[in-house]
Design a protein around this ligand. Structure first.
Ligand code: ADP
Ligand code: MG
Length: 688
């Protein structure tokens, strides 16, 4: 049925394409191009046309530009490694640039001093702007051949240059554009007057006019949103059209006993959310709900209550957490309480293996286990439930849309609760979690005093901070010290976690200190967390492995080094590790950074603790790929839509998607679109 369309997704090397060499194949791979589809959707980052020419005086760092300038001087040298370097100084009257070509000694002779050239490349800034190995051509020559042709400028690499790329694109379009089929439903194409797909691909690579580029971009924006939104929304229709029924007697005795065993009462916000879920179940509906609540609002309790409720009424439940530490914490937190209620609870993560694993799998299959807590090991194919009634996904933003789709596609059309601390503005939430109903825990448990937050930006204050922490620890507090993860390539002297460890040991010679990071075995991490929780350590030195979900209420100090390195979301999550009990908590943000962006972020952290406010500030400060919790949503790799500014378009496409699904009873009739959706979600695997 799909015909030649499916070849679009085949690995290039399997297609035996004659005009492409093995070396080129490898170089394309390095650019992330593995298929014809990738190739067509590898769009130019700019165009070489007259209107795009920049003045040297107006260049910005790292900008990909076209400069028209005269050559002042040309010189020749050898680098230390024996490579040749031809250097030119160029000017366009507004400033001077340096241009370097490595490994092209012949240029020395062919570049003409005094002539005007067009240079295309990335402007690097040292003392003055530089181009390294840019494309170049004589303007007089260019005029003759191409009067007003608009040429694409691709992100290239030193292995594969613009000219080769362009030639390849030309050949690909000539040979394979025929394979392309329209993937936007005709009704939508007509309604919005959208450029057809073949023309759009041709125009985006080799535009006939500036207007055509704009039309192509608009088309691709709509196309990519359609694929994403339909992929997300079709879950909803799967569920609504399934005739799955739960036979719930509505017994709540175990829930009552459980609540009575707690040392606190549920907050009104927790009760409200639990009631929303009860009501939905009572109405015979399938729960498909996002529970949003700021860090520390008590989402876990809501999950546990619902798991107990389902168990009492004859259904198994599963709770899936993004990390083993967190899964373990949940498990340890409820094990005794659940067992007292007569419920059997187990933990399943990828580090549980062999006999033990087999036994757990058997007991899940037989129904002996009522509730299983774990990581994504829970949704592997070998996990088969006897009578699964509810799945809870904790810290959803760490998993992403795909995990949910995977669940649904595996045939789980049952009750799903998704917990997230990610406070995103409602308009965005609607798009991203468009397939879910929304409950909000809008209140923190009582008795929490605001966390006192201080930005430490000089060594005098740092000294005072250490003295203060020492006093607090002496009077029974526990502290986290967090350092960013350092990549080896980075030269800047950051406080790496080992260095931090040394410093802290020196500062606190008599204290019990432990260190925890992502590279450690999960068993080791669990032991350390448990000991920390039992107050066997007073200080825990950590990377962001403790960012999500960790709950040690007796810990009241969070000290974050190189705080400028963390985004607002991470800072907010990290700070959320303290202030979980009734004791006054403190957060120190250690940073000497003086960039505007750091100053803004750290000041916001000092000013507020309101997750929604922080999320909004985050939206203003960052680009969409990095926003609060969007990383894994599938929304962060959109090429044409800036989700911050294009909310209107997002909403429009979303409405069209809902309409389309309704009209087609949840089925995607356009087979090419259906295939693209399948591929998108398959490639977007977020399991790792
Ligand atoms: P989060 O929403 O961040 O997942 P948790 O569920 O981890 O929050 O809860 C944070 C802390 O608050 C935990 O120590 C939990 O035991 C406690 N807690 C939860 N609900 C209440 C409540 N109603 N009253 C007091 N403390 C509560
Ligand atoms: Mg939690």
């Amino acid at each position: 049925m799909l015909g030649n369309y499916q070849y679009l997704y085949h690995p290039l090397e399997k297609l035996g394409i004659k005009f492409i060499t093995e070396k080129q194949l490898n170089n394309l791979k390095k650019l992330g191009i593995n298929s014809i589809y990738d190739m067509f959707y590898y769009f130019p980052r700019a165009y070489d046309d007259r209107s795009n020419i920049k003045k040297i005086a107006e260049l910005r760092m790292e900008e990909y530009v076209v400069v028209k300038a005269n050559i002042l001087t040309v010189s020749f040298a050898k680098t230390k490694l024996g490579k040749t370097a031809v250097t030119a100084r160029i000017t366009d009257g507004t400033g001077i640039m340096e241009v370097y070509w490595f490994g092209m000694p012949y240029l020395k002779k062919s570049l003409k001093i005094g002539e005007e050239y067009i240079f295309i490349g990335q402007a690097k800034k040292t003392s003055i702007f530089r181009f390294i190995n840019p494309e170049y051509k004589l303007t007089s020559a260019q005029k003759k051949i191409t009067t007003d042709e608009i040429l694409p400028i691709y992100s290239s690499s030193k292995d594969i240059n613009q000219n080769i790329l362009r030639k390849l694109f030309e050949k690909f379009i000539k040979s394979f554009l025929e394979n392309i089929e329209e993937n936007i439903p005709i009704s939508i194409i007509e309604k919005y007057n959208i450029l057809n797909r073949k023309d759009a691909i041709r125009e985006i690579h080799f535009p006939s006019s500036i207007k055509a580029i704009e039309e192509s971009k608009r088309r691709f924006a709509i196309e990519e949103l359609l694929i994403l939104e339909l992929g997300i929304l079709k879950n909803r229709f799967l569920i609504e059209s399934s005739n799955k029924k739960y036979d719930l007697s509505g017994k709540k005795n175990l829930v009552k006993n459980f609540l009575a065993s707690l040392s606190f009462e549920l907050t009104s916000a927790q009760k409200k959310v639990i009631k929303e879920i009860y009501d939905e179940l009572a109405a015979g509906k399938i729960v498909n709900r996002l529970v949003q609540g700021d860090v520390g609002s008590g989402k876990t309790m809501v999950a546990m209550v619902m798991l107990i409720y389902m168990a009492e009424n004859g259904y198994q439940g599963a709770l899936m957490a993004p990390t083993e530490i967190l899964a373990n914490q949940h498990y340890i937190g409820v094990k005794d309480k659940f067992e007292k209620l007569g419920l059997k609870v187990e933990i399943l993560t990828s580090s549980i293996k062999g006999k033990k694993k087999n036994k757990i799998l058997e007991e899940i299959a037989s129904g002996e286990i009522d509730i299983v807590i774990g990581t994504h090991a829970l949704i592997e194919d070998n996990v088969i439930f006897n009578k699964l009634g509810l799945i809870v996904i904790d810290e959803q933003h760490r998993f992403g849309v795909n995990q949910r789709n995977k669940l649904r596609e595996k045939g789980f059309l049952g009750n799903l609760l998704v917990m997230s601390a990610t406070p995103i503005p409602r308009s965005l939430a609607l798009s991203i979690y468009g397939d879910l109903d929304l409950s909000i825990i809008d209140k923190l448990p009582p008795g929490r005093s605001p966390i006192k937050t201080k930005w430490i930006n000089n060594s005098a204050d740092l000294g005072k901070m250490y003295d203060f922490i020492l006093k607090k620890i002496d009077s029974g507090s526990q502290a986290y010290f967090v350092a960013p993860l350092i990549e080896e390539s980075e030269k800047i002297s950051l406080k790496s976690i080992e260095k931090l460890n040394e410093d802290v040991i020196k500062r606190f010679p008599n204290k019990k200190i432990a260190i925890i990071h992502g590279k450690m075995k999960s068993k080791e991490k669990d032991e350390i967390m448990l000991k920390f929780k039992n107050k066997q350590y007073q200080i825990l030195i950590a990377t962001t492995v403790i960012e999500v979900g960790i709950d040690v209420p007796s810990s009241t100090i969070m000290c974050i080094f190189n705080a400028e390195r963390f985004g607002l979301s991470a800072l907010h999550q990290l700070r959320g590790r303290v202030g979980r009990g009734s004791m006054q908590s403190y957060c120190f943000l250690v940073s000497e950074s003086k960039t505007d962006n750091s100053i803004q972020r750290l000041s916001i952290m000092e000013e507020t603790q309101d997750g929604f406010r922080i999320a909004e500030e985050d939206l203003k400060l960052r680009n969409s790929g990095e926003i609060f919790g969007l990383r894994q949503s599938g929304f962060s790799d959109l090429k044409f839509i800036d989700i911050i500014y294009d909310i209107k378009t997002i909403k429009l496409v979303r409405d069209e998607c809902i309409k389309y699904l309704k009209e087609n009873k949840g089925e995607i009739k356009n087979i090419y679109l259906a295939y693209d959706i399948e591929k998108k979600f398959e490639n977007n695997s977020i399991n790792n």
